[in-house]
Design a binder for this molecule. Sequence first.
Ligand code: GTP
Ligand code: MG
Length: 307
Amino acid sequence: MHRSQHRHSSCTREWLRPARVVGLGRNSLTMSPDTAKHNGKVQIAPLRSMPPIERFTPVTPHLAISPTVSVVVPAMNEADNLPHVFATLPQWIDEIILVDGNSVDDTVAVARRLRPNLKVVTQTGKGKGDALAAGFAAASGDIIVMIDADGSTDGHEIITFVGALVTGADFVKGSRYAAGGGSDDLTFGRRLGNKVLTGIVNLMYGTQYTDLCYGYNAFWSRHLEVLDLDCDGFEVETLLNVRAAKAGLKVHEVPSHERNRIHGESNLRVVRDGMRVLKTILREWRRQPAPPLPKPATAPAADRGVA
Ligand SMILES: Nc1nc2c(ncn2[C@@H]2O[C@H](COP(=O)(O)OP(=O)(O)OP(=O)(O)O)[C@@H](O)[C@H]2O)c(=O)[nH]1
Ligand SMILES: [Mg+2]
């Protein structure tokens, strides 16, 4: 057999054997059998459970994902901020759901003008928690991302949340305190309150959260049942974080930078809402543990939806 033919056939045989990359040297990749070097390029054998290639949406020049992504935006009188917020949302998002809190400004009209295919949900109850519950119920994506409508959360960061989900997390928390995160918005009082409340949750639930009351989070929609959102106000993020821990979800934190609200007034009242958060933490402690995790529909998250 000609030498080059021999090289080619041994390479093909190698390619057919299942396995994974086992080491990355300075100039070389140590391969175990489901990778192979062909014409100088490393090739990785397709995973058995991978969806067909048409199901993948490119999200960066280096990454394509197969799960669909819904973004839920609670908004109450945010007409002036929505153009800024929507301008940061990436094109590859499958669905945007605006949950209108009976706004008295042009929130809904502005949103529809910016994104004609937007889904609008008008909440029937009161508060951000109620709005998010309604938005989550209306979402059809495999992944749900929640962001604020006041310009404080940046849609460009969505890829970081989605990236953590497709590589194995069940629930991803934005954190202003993780390395790379920050806030232009936290006053001394809010920072202190958030720190104390985060510490209480970590102590009670064995978590290692660095942030608790932050509105930028994402999760697989299949976990909606265990998250079982049933609250009204700004305690909503705490409830999600505590329920995720109680249900044994794999929670990752990703750094996020919170900006100041661009226009309008905050709806948060530090003492009132701080007390609601504390009550939520204690009430959840007294309640039954969350029901067991649902079985994944197919393979583990890390095996699905990332290319
Ligand atoms: N639909 C709906 N949205 C709400 C309600 N309350 C707050 N929101 C939205 O929830 C998001 C967060 O509310 P903010 O008032 O900014 O509260 P915050 O971010 O904790 O406070 P700041 O840091 O001061 O902005 C914003 O997009 C609000 O428009 C509500 O009752 N219904
Ligand atoms: Mg805000």
